[in-house]
Design a protein around this ligand. Structure first.
Ligand code: NAI
Length: 322
């Protein structure tokens, strides 16, 4: 493969300019990459460019703009494109961000497969579609992988890199380097698995949260506090495995002390919840007391969440690991 995308200014195409496409465009521009933003709907790109402009200006005013370039300079790196061939021409990295629909994504990758050369990385933002389903049979399968971001990607840096069994190791390496270059925090999955890593963990938590509420052990509001004022406090800095290591005299000591207790509790976990009926109604009502589910309240709460995440990201960058 040729030089990494990170050494090729002008090398990124973002296909799909919705929520996630806009964030990727901002992240790539923050590191000085030229970005071509393509969408099947021209007015979506126009809207995307407009909202990127507004967001970058706000970020700049609050001192939170990423990268060393000013907002105007970053904005000048992002251009719209109404032709997919033109968008990917000369790109060394294509980040696909179209809706989570297998057939739509397969069609798009088949189209890209027919027009790209053998130097480009074709990367999907898919949250849960497995690479074998997305890329099998493509001529350029070696150059394909999933790079799954976390919403909102501008503030939450994790990106899961998930290869197809035929993805070339160099494709993963290049994408890993590119993600680091744009300030994200990539992790490599060695093989594909449903839900990747993040959603498997998230669903395990959601599932037990639901059971505890459904069984009347704890109220929905208190359940959320267990995470936001409890586990979540440390998980912003260290993961569950390091937590084990630190909560005893090392991992083996933790296993020695707590494995029987953990297994005892784990064996009491119930079946996969239905997430419907009376339990869903109860949780919904409790959530609506806190945040009414009209668009204004939801948007205001999301903005507050994003401001918190932005400040947490800043704090994390100031707190170097010892
Ligand atoms: P979105 O619905 O906000 O944006 C999708 C965009 O793709 C729209 O602008 C649409 O016009 C465009 N589009 C549709 N068909 C197209 C085509 N054939 N060619 C070019 N553009 C096309 O969707 P969103 O939320 O940005 O999601 C995109 C991807 O990112 C999905 O795979 C999703 O699973 C993934 N993702 C989403 C997260 C989220 O929280 N929204 C988090 C992580 C990943």
């Amino acid at each position: 493969m040729a030089s990494p995308a990170s050494s090729a200014p002008g090398g990124v195409a973002v296909v799909g300019s919705g929520l996630i496409g806009r964030s990727w465009a901002m992240l790539f521009a923050s590191a000085g990459f030229k970005v071509k933003l393509y969408d099947i709907e021209q007015r979506q790109v126009t809207y995307a460019l407009d909202s990127i402009r507004k967001e970058m200006k706000l970020l700049e005013r609050s001192g939170s703009l990423k990268g060393s370039l000013g907002a105007e300079e970053q904005l000048s790196l992002i251009s719209s494109c109404s032709d997919i061939r033109e968008a990917v021409e000369g790109a060394l990295h294509v980040q696909e961000c179209v809706p989570e629909n297998l057939e739509l994504k397969k069609q798009l990758f088949a189209q890209l497969d027919g027009i790209v050369g053998d130097q480009v990385v074709l990367s999907s933002s898919s949250s849960c579609l497995l690479p074998t389903r997305l890329f099998s049979g493509l001529v350029h399968v070696k150059q394909c992988l999933v790079a799954h971001p976390v919403n909102p990607p501008y503030y939450v840096p994790l990106v899961e890199l998930v290869p197809h069994p035929e993805t070339a190791p160099a494709t993963v390496d290049r994408t890993y380097a590119l993600m680091r270059k744009i300030g994200q925090s990539p992790v490599r999955l060695m093989k594909e698995v449903d839900g990747f890593a993040l959603n498997r963990l998230q669903y395990a938590i959601i599932s037990e949260a639901w059971r505890l509420v459904e069984e009347g052990v704890v109220s929905p509001g208190d359940l959320d506090l267990v995470m936001s004022d409890g586990l979540g406090m440390r998980y912003a800095f260290i993961g569950p495995l390091e937590t084990m290591h630190l909560n005893a005299e090392g991992m083996l000591s933790y296993c020695d002390r707590y494995s029987e207790g953990m297994k005892h509790v784990l064996k009491t976990f119930g079946p996969v919840p239905e997430f419907s009926g009376a339990a869903a109604e109860k949780v919904h009502q409790a959530m609506c007391v806190k945040v009414p589910d009209d668009p204004e309240h939801l948007a205001a709460r999301r903005e507050w969440r994003d401001r918190c995440l932005m400040r947490l990201a800043r704090l994390k960058s100031q707190l170097q690991p010892q």
